[in-house]
Ligand binder design. Structure first.
Ligand code: BCO
Length: 545
């Protein structure tokens, strides 16, 4: 790749000798982590300098190199539903401040979700768009730590600072702060089987350096590429694909936010703009291969990626047959980023999620933490002892028990079950717990059950995963109705319950299937236990037994 081995900017006093090749060496464990690292100063400022001094065909200069500057002293910022370019500005601005941790929120968060996030994180500042401002105002009185509200909008609003005004009046000169490479940089909320989402904290280097090889070999990016990574900015996949991995390689990030996913807009975008690299959830490819794709001529598309949920081999084959392009699957988690991938140049085995990605040592382990041989099913795990890889999350904030519970022997356990073959390729089997992976979202059943139980019709609920041909899995709710609702029209009541969940928590979690309590479900668990499967609360086809 073009930038490899080249100096970002030799004259720069802080990183006079550190190059992209050095960041790669750190990922290969051939070089130790520097004491200090700051992505804004040590990567973006270098590319910015390079762009100023060399005219070597960097594509559009559109990697949003706009560092904000203000004297506000913030500790934590929640960024919700802001226009993506502005989100990048605030995110990069946040990197330039000492002690500031950013916390992206997905566009679908409800007022209740925002309240939860602001309270547990004790965030001092929120950056939000106009659409979200009323939701924030409805809960702000319950957030004693929140001091500053920053509105991203051409309009002004009482009680909010204007992001645009502050940005325009900020000096173009800035000096980026020194940050320790293991200082906290970001918090991502992630769902588990029980309880509310946990705060997984990443450091300056885990996100800022950790995915250098992933950008080069999985995303296959060069500074002349344009990547469209469709993930919502609230997910770590956006941090990897739309910020850190891409900008480490100097690639241009294409941004097109759709209020709601629309297939025609999606296809028009690929045929109109010179996007070279596409990253999207398997669900999107499943939807796409239903269409006659041969009718479309994608302008520059040459590298396609997917992740967030398992990709079925048929979809990979259909995509290739229709477009002539391979589909490179990656596998990872909020806590650890990308840990397995089908990298460019590697043979793809359809149905496999590729090989382990450096610096991780990925293994399949048993319940005692012992490594299993190829072909044996167990839990997908990463070696953390004696040395914990630097690109790991640091901890679940304020939750030492949950942090400790991820460690088994010498390994971090992902909670996913899989198999490694004799060639070192990993094959996903399923979750080892009750987390539901639907359309690339990780959904905690408890969160949906809590939302359902708030409705007067629901006395009890049990939420499980159910197979789905397009979304991989969907949320299915079994409910026991309260006496006054027992004679209700069930179709109408189902819609009402779905709507209720969409209002109570992020709508992507709503139960797409709702049913009365079923003996069948209890029986399935019984059969699962008979087969020695751990804790399987999923709806499966009876034929599977
Ligand atoms: O399908 P429905 O129409 O019944 O429901 C949809 C929306 O209509 C609805 N909704 C959205 N906003 C709403 C609302 N309803 C009421 N009020 C609102 N304000 O809620 C449902 C949302 O479902 P969705 O998000 O799946 O929507 P959609 O349009 O079907 O999108 C399909 C996908 C595939 C584009 C979408 O599911 C998606 O983006 N998935 C990928 C998620 C992702 O990026 N995951 C990566 C996580 S990070 C990770 O895995 C770590 C790996 C390193």
């Amino acid at each position: 790749a073009k930038p490899s081995g080249r100096h970002f900017h030799r004259d720069h006093q802080r990183w006079a000798s550190l190059t992209l090749a050095d960041f790669e060496a750190i990922n290969r464990c051939d070089r130790s982590l520097p004491k200090n690292f700051n992505f804004a100063g040590d990567v973006l400022d270098q590319w910015s300098q390079k762009e100023k001094v060399e005219d070597d065909g960097l594509p559009l200069g559109a990697w949003c190199l706009l560092i904000t500057h203000s004297s506000a002293s913030l500790v934590c910022g929640l960024l919700v539903n802001v226009n993506t370019i502005l989100l990048f500005r605030s995110l990069l601005g946040s990197l330039s401040f000492p002690g500031l941790v950013f916390m992206p929120g997905t566009t679908q968060l409800t007022a209740k979700d925002i309240l939860y996030r602001l309270r547990v994180s004790k965030a001092k500042c929120i950056v939000a768009s106009e659409e979200v401002a009323p939701a924030v105002e409805s809960i702000v009185s319950e957030c004693p730590h929140l001091k500053t509200k920053l509105l991203v909008s051409p309009e002004s609003r009482n009680g909010w600072l204007s992001f645009q005004e502050l940005f325009q009046s900020a000096s173009e000169e800035h000096s980026c702060v020194e940050t320790g490479s293991q200082e906290p940089m970001a918090i991502y909320f992630t769902s588990g089987t029980t309880g509310s989402p946990k705060m997984a904290q990443h450091s300056q280097s885990s996100l800022g350096i950790g995915y250098t090889l992933c950008g080069r070999y999985w995303l296959d990016l060069k500074s002349s590429d344009i990547i469209w990574n469709m993930s919502d900015t609230g997910w770590i996949k956006a941090a990897i694909g739309s910020v850190f991995s891409s900008w480490l390689q100097g690639a241009c990030v294409f941004v097109h936010r759709m209020a709601q996913f629309d297939m025609d807009t999606f296809l028009d975008t690929l045929t109109t703009y010179p996007i070279t690299t596409l990253c999207s959830a398997p669900t999107v490819y499943r939807m796409l291969v239903q269409k006659d794709l041969k009718r479309y001529k994608f302008k520059k598309l040459q590298h396609c990626l997917t992740g967030g949920e398992p990709l079925n081999p048929e979809v990979l084959e259909q995509w290739k047959a229709q477009t002539g392009l391979e589909l490179y699957e990656g596998y990872g988690q909020t806590e650890v980023g990308i840990i397995c991938a089908n990298q460019k140049g590697q043979e793809i085995k359809p149905g496999s999620m590729g090989k382990g990605v450096l610096p991780y040592d990925v293994q399949i382990i048993d319940e005692n933490g012992s490594v299993l041989p190829p072909g044996k099913e167990g839990e997908i795990a990463l070696r953390v002892k004696s040395t914990r890889p630097f690109c790991f999350f640091s901890e679940y904030v304020d939750n030492p028990e949950k942090t400790a519970a991820t460690i088994r022997g010498h390994f971090y356990v992902t909670g996913d079950r899989g198999v490694m073959d004799t060639d070192g390729y990993f094959w996903f089997v399923g979750r080892a717990d009750d987390v539901i992976i639907s359309s690339g979202y990780r959904i905690g059943p408890f969160e949906v059950e809590s939302a359902l139980i708030e409705h007067p019709a629901v006395v009890e609920s049990a939420v499980v995963s159910s197979p789905d041909p397009i979304r991989g899995e969907v949320v299915k709710a079994f409910v026991v109705l309260s006496a006054p609702f027992k004679s209700s029209n069930l179709e109408e009541l189902t819609l009402e319950l779905q709507d209720h969940v969409k209002k109570s928590t992020a709508p992507y979690k709503y139960p797409r299937k709702v049913s009365g309590p079923k003996v069948k479900f209890v029986l399935l668990n019984y059969y699962a236990n008979m087969r020695g499967l751990p804790n399987v609360h999923r709806e499966v086809e009876l034929k599977d037994f």
